[in-house]
Design a protein around this ligand. Structure first.
Ligand code: IPM
Ligand code: MG
Length: 363
């Protein structure tokens, strides 16, 4: 029996309790692994000035994949104020650990399945089954931002349109980065019997960056004549996906558009209690519920753990434990359909741990 090494990163807020729920279910599924806990989150920012300490990065490098809960993040000024006195006024700036992990480990795919479990009272419609492929390393997330535009930029044509008082964020989109995410979407379509890939962009306005993305997508699509390909502007897509969710299958898009569109799609199938992600590279992956740390619910044993349990299902799939993954998904479907154990978001009063126990029992 393979013995997997998994970096276990519950984080803070509700992270620890939803990760515990996932552990209950992974154990019940008979999954054997060594779980190696890692430090990550707000407490490490406050006390060390780094929410993702170097020792945790080392841990990631020494494991097969990581399982991540959630962490608190706050706007720059507030984050700086909460640092311990010794770290104040040292020019430290908070960086999102999940964004850093995606970039450091080149986890270029953010895979976000949005499937309506039959009988979920929160389904927008029954039968929705979409998958979002979000580019996970470039775009608006490269972290190259200026609160004041560097003077040297004004040597470029067109910069006269940027006022001296402007803050700017740089969006970087490469043909290589675009091709590999679109290829991943098509490969997924082929392997999973999907019929269509839709590339989402705004190339009519963002001509350079979205132009590169769209052109790359069109090229890759030619290698997959058996899968239909279409294109949509991101604004229109937000409308169409609500109007006709059944028209979409695999959606592929750039980083920020994928961030936004995946929350929209998550709401179609029950919201954040059902939204889970795989951050996937060629060699490593980090699995997580898409929701945040919900500090006001922390420690209350109240939130819906299904997103985290489904993230565990995706981890099993990625590790090649297909039977256990399928059994786990089936158990979640059964608990949702029976409707006897429901957390507050589903209109019930069950706790996080009761929901996990119900899924474990259904296995
Ligand atoms: C997500 C989240 C993150 C993102 C935040 C926490 C940095 O919204 O995973 O969708 O913007 O990617
Ligand atoms: Mg998001």
């Amino acid at each position: 029996m393979p013995n997997y090494r998994i970096a276990w990163l519950p984080g803070d807020g509700i992270g620890p309790e939803v990760c515990q729920a996932a552990r209950t279910v992974l154990d019940a599924a008979g999954f054997q692994a060594e779980y190696l806990p890692g430090d990550i989150g707000w407490e490490f920012w406050r006390t060390e000035g780094e929410a993702l300490p170097t020792r945790t990065i080392q841990l990631l490098k020494a494991t097969d994949c990581a399982f991540f809960g959630s962490i608190t993040s706050k706007p720059a000024a507030e984050a700086a104020r909460e640092l311990v006195p010794e770290l104040q006024n040292r020019g430290l700036s908070y960086r999102s650990p999940i964004v850093r992990m995606r970039q450091l480990l080149d986890l270029y795919i953010c895979l976000r399945p949005c499937k309506a479990f039959p009988g979920n009272p929160l389904n927008y419609r029954e039968g929705i089954d979409l998958v979002v492929f979000r580019e996970n390393t470039e775009g608006m997330y490269i972290g190259v931002e200026y609160v004041r535009v560097p003077e040297i930029f004004y040597q470029q044509a067109g910069m006269e349109r940027v006022p001296r008082t402007a803050a700017i964020s740089i969006r970087s989109i490469t043909p290589e980065g675009s091709r590999r995410i679109v290829k991943a979407a098509f490969e997924y379509a082929v392997k999973n019997g999907r019929r269509k890939v839709t590339a989402v962009h705004k190339a009519n306005v963002l001509r350079a960056t979205c132009g590169v993305f769209l052109e790359s997508a069109r090229q890759v699509a030619k290698d997959y004549p058996q899968i239909a390909f279409d294109e949509a502007n991101v604004d229109a897509m937000c409308m169409w996906v609500l109007k006709n969710p059944g028209n979409y299958d695999v959606i592929v898009t750039t980083n920020l558009f994928g961030d936004i569109l995946s929350d929209l799609c998550a709401q179609l199938v029950g919201g954040m209690g059902f939204a889970y992600s795989g951050n996937l590279g060629d060699r490593y992956a980090v699995f997580e519920p898409t929701h945040g740390s919900a500090p006001k619910y922390a420690g209350l044993d109240k939130v819906n753990p299904l997103a985290t349990i489904l993230a565990a299902k995706m981890m099993l799939e990625w590790l090649g434990e297909k039977e256990k993954a399928a059994a786990l998904e089936q158990a979640v479907a059964q608990v949702v359909a029976q409707g006897q154990v429901r957390t507050y978001d589903l209109g019930g009063s069950a706790t996080t741990s009761q929901m996990a126990a119900a899924v474990a029992a259904a296995l």
